[in-house]
Design a protein around this ligand. Structure first.
Ligand code: B12
Length: 175
């Protein structure tokens, strides 16, 4: 798994009420979790569906452990279900979270259209990547500390930034 922690993008800050309506606080940090898939996820097949299921289970386990610790510290925290874009621990809102758009905005990774779906292209893994996101009201350094205590030190992307970088690929996007 690869991890990076960021300040909320303007889109996420602006749409917090539509994403997590029953939160009593604003988003303080975005935790990105990237898993390498043993197979390319672009084709739809029993194999890719099986892999997506296993990768989703793995993220939910890690994400719920991190969110539980952040909540014990009295922060709002929700892993978002990669399958639906909805929060796992709070009432869903009128907007589902687009994980690919979040990672494009935070890390500047390229995306591609596959049969009407915008998918992420990891610089090393290509489309064999399973993206997932956790939002919290805690500041990035607090989320990082808790996430490290749950996941260990490995996998933290050097390119994480507390402030968004505009990628060389997407002059047009506004996250
Ligand atoms: C809905 C969806 C679909 C829909 C298509 C939706 C579409 N037009 O994009 C359908 C069912 C067609 C689909 C198909 C596929 N999908 Co799909 N899909 C999703 C899902 C659940 C949501 C995507 C989404 O929100 N799109 C939003 C689009 C529809 O809205 P929009 O108006 O263009 O843009 C708005 C949003 O971006 C919104 N927004 C919401 N949050 C945010 C955040 C920020 C920062 C910004 C800027 C905007 C924003 O604001 C915009 C304006 O309103 C994601 C998982 C996720 N939670 O993100 C998987 C996902 C993108 N799909 C995935 C895949 C692999 C596929 C397939 C290619 C293959 C497969 N094995 O399933 C297939 C297509 C192949 C086929 N033959 O069917 C993977 C991609 C993996 C990767 N490498 O990135 C994902 C990530 C699921 C997963 N976790 O595995 N998919």
């Amino acid at each position: 798994m690869q991890y990076s922690c960021h300040l909320p993008t303007p889109f996420i800050a602006r749409h917090r009420p539509q994403l997590v309506p029953d939160w009593s606080c604003e988003v303080g940090a975005v935790l990105i979790v990237l898993q390498r898939s043993p197979c390319d996820l672009a084709p739809r097949s029993p194999l890719t569906e099986r892999q997506k299921y296993l990768l989703r289970e793995a993220f939910m386990q890690t994400g719920l452990a991190i969110a539980t610790q952040l909540r014990q510290l009295n922060y709002c925290a929700d892993p978002f279900d990669p399958k639906t874009g909805q929060p796992l621990l709070s009432q869903p809102g009128s907007l589902w979270l687009d994980d690919v758009a979040v990672i494009r905005a935070c890390l500047g990774y390229p995306t591609a259209d596959r049969d009407g779906c915008s998918i992420l292209l990891h610089p090393d893994w290509g489309s064999a990547v399973y993206p997932a996101v956790l939002l919290s009201s805690a500041p990035p350094e607090q989320v990082r500390e808790v996430a490290r205590s749950v996941t260990g030190d490995g996998g933290w992307l050097a390119s994480e930034s507390w402030c968004r970088k505009r990628s060389a690929y997407h002059h047009s996007f506004s996250g």
